[in-house]
Design a protein around this ligand. Structure first.
Ligand SMILES: NC(=O)c1ccc[n+]([C@@H]2O[C@H](COP(=O)([O-])OP(=O)(O)OC[C@H]3O[C@@H](n4cnc5c(N)ncnc54)[C@H](O)[C@@H]3O)[C@@H](O)[C@H]2O)c1
Length: 256
């Protein structure tokens, strides 16, 4: 079966980020009708540039851009209200925005905990809740949360990150219990370290190869496109019986 999003409206958060761009491009290539791209206002220039590029592709999707700080629920609600007023129903929601700040557990202050957990877990939940109320449930849509291998296993300097990404896996199961009755599917995708232009030099240094790469059985970092492929699969009709799951894109990191 071919993966196709023809006629589908896809909302992606953190869309100007490394994985966000790969996701937006992949849904565009797979024929999505409307791409709804959400970012923080600080990323406006980058997001508008991406939107312009996507509009010029042969696929010619409608590309809409939205700006909100997902740690602020008021901004989440005003953005979802804007989407609703524009009459756009969401078929696929990819909660991709997220942050990690490396810090020793004994040094994590409350505001840092709140920032990481509010963005990675709380913001995604309230965005999903409102989109579900407005359109996703009636459209039998589906939701993907980008978790991490660090939602499944612990690692140094990542207490709030691991807690938030683990929390997403629990949220996936809870929403599956609530929303399967509406034929809505909820899944997570959990990548290992994603190599990108911002971290390539660091990740390929001798130190990081020893610290990180050594622990990945396939001995390579994942590319944003590998993760995007997994997200497209799990949000497509090819995965129509898969819900409540966590698709791990980690080269075997959590298996051994
Ligand atoms: N990079 C990795 O190695 C890795 C590994 C596993 C999982 N992940 C997860 O993948 C997702 C994408 O990460 P990435 O590597 O593309 O990083 P990235 O920093 O390039 O992308 C994250 C995006 O989220 C946006 N964002 C940040 N704060 C926000 C806020 N308050 N409200 C709305 N948007 C906000 C940023 O502007 C950015 O564009 C994240 O959820 C991350 O935790 C990343």
């Amino acid at each position: 079966m071919e993966i196709s999003f023809c006629g589908k409206n896809v909302l992606i958060t953190g869309a100007a980020g490394y994985l966000g761009k790969a996701l937006a491009s992949a849904y565009c290539r797979s024929g999505a009708k409307t791409l709804l791209l959400l970012e923080v206002p600080e990323q406006k220039e980058k997001l508008e540039m991406l939107a312009a590029q996507l509009r010029q592709t042969g696929h010619q999707p409608t590309v809409k851009t939205y700006y909100a700080d997902l740690t602020c629920i008021q901004e989440v609600l005003s953005t979802t209200q804007q989407v609703k007023e524009e009459g756009i129903g969401v078929d696929v929601l990819v909660n991709n925005a997220g942050v990690n700040v490396l810090q020793k557990a004994v040094e994590v202050a409350e505001d840092m905990w709140d920032y990481i957990v509010d963005l990675n877990l709380k913001g995604g939940f309230f965005l999903t809740q409102q989109i579900a109320r407005d359109s996703l449930l009636e459209r039998k849509g589906n939701v993907v949360f980008i978790s991490s291998q660090h939602g499944m296993v612990g690692n140094h300097m990542r207490a709030p990150y691991c807690a938030s990404k683990s929390g997403l896996l629990g949220l996936v199961r809870a929403l599956t219990a609530d929303w399967s009755a509406f034929d809505v599917r909820i899944n997570a995708v959990s990548p290992t370290y994603i190599i990108n232009d911002g971290n390539r030099e660091m990740l390929t240094s001798a130190e990081y190869k020893r610290k990180y790469l050594q622990h990945i059985p396939l001995k390579r970092y994942t590319e944003p496109e590998d993760v995007a492929s997994a997200v497209l699969f799990i949000s497509s009709n090819c995965a129509s019986m898969i819900t409540g799951q966590n698709l791990v894109v980690d080269g075997g990191y959590t298996a051994v």
